[in-house]
Design a binder for this molecule. Structure first.
Ligand code: RB5
Length: 142
């Protein structure tokens, strides 16, 4: 599986550590930046990640910013994206099982790195449940 990942300055440290973690687990990873702690605008990396998921360049995406909200708002403007915000392991599982999120968003300033890994694991290892949840996600696009 090829995973695209991006962050702003608030999430750059966790992003770097998650890239190493994912590579160590055998995933292909494409880094969409930023790679600096200098202040930057999350949309400048979120849009390229969203486009890569939409066109199949990567299978899924992970995005981090301070609260996760800026990333989620930007990503969800793309028709092919269901970006879901997760802040604990249970939500990381449910955002895949119920919402089939193809981009996982995390609030780097409000969770530990250990929690970020646990959320990523839950999201990656959980299957979409389908059924009534498929009907629900089909009603999202306007
Ligand atoms: C950066 O200060 C912060 O605004 C950003 O990381 C994010 O939380 C926005 O939603």
């Amino acid at each position: 599986m090829k995973i695209g990942i991006c962050s702003d300055h608030a999430g750059v440290e966790y992003k770097a550590r998650l890239i190493s973690y994912l590579l160590g687990k055998g995933y292909d990873v494409v880094n969409f930046g930023t790679d600096s702690t200098d202040s930057m605008d999350y949309a400048d990396v979120a849009h390229p990640l969203a486009t890569a998921v939409e066109n199949g360049e990567v299978d899924r995406g992970i995005a981090l910013c301070g609260t996760g909200n800026g990333m989620a708002m930007t990503l969800n403007h793309h028709r092919g994206i269901r970006a879901g915000l997760a802040w604990n392991t249970a939500v990381g599982k449910l955002v895949k099982e119920h919402n089939d999120a193809n981009v996982l968003v995390m609030p780097a300033r409000f969770i530990s790195y250990r929690m970020a890994v646990s959320i990523v694991r839950a999201w990656l290892l959980t299957e979409f449940a389908g059924g009534r949840h498929k009907r629900r996600i089909d009603k999202i696009p306007v």
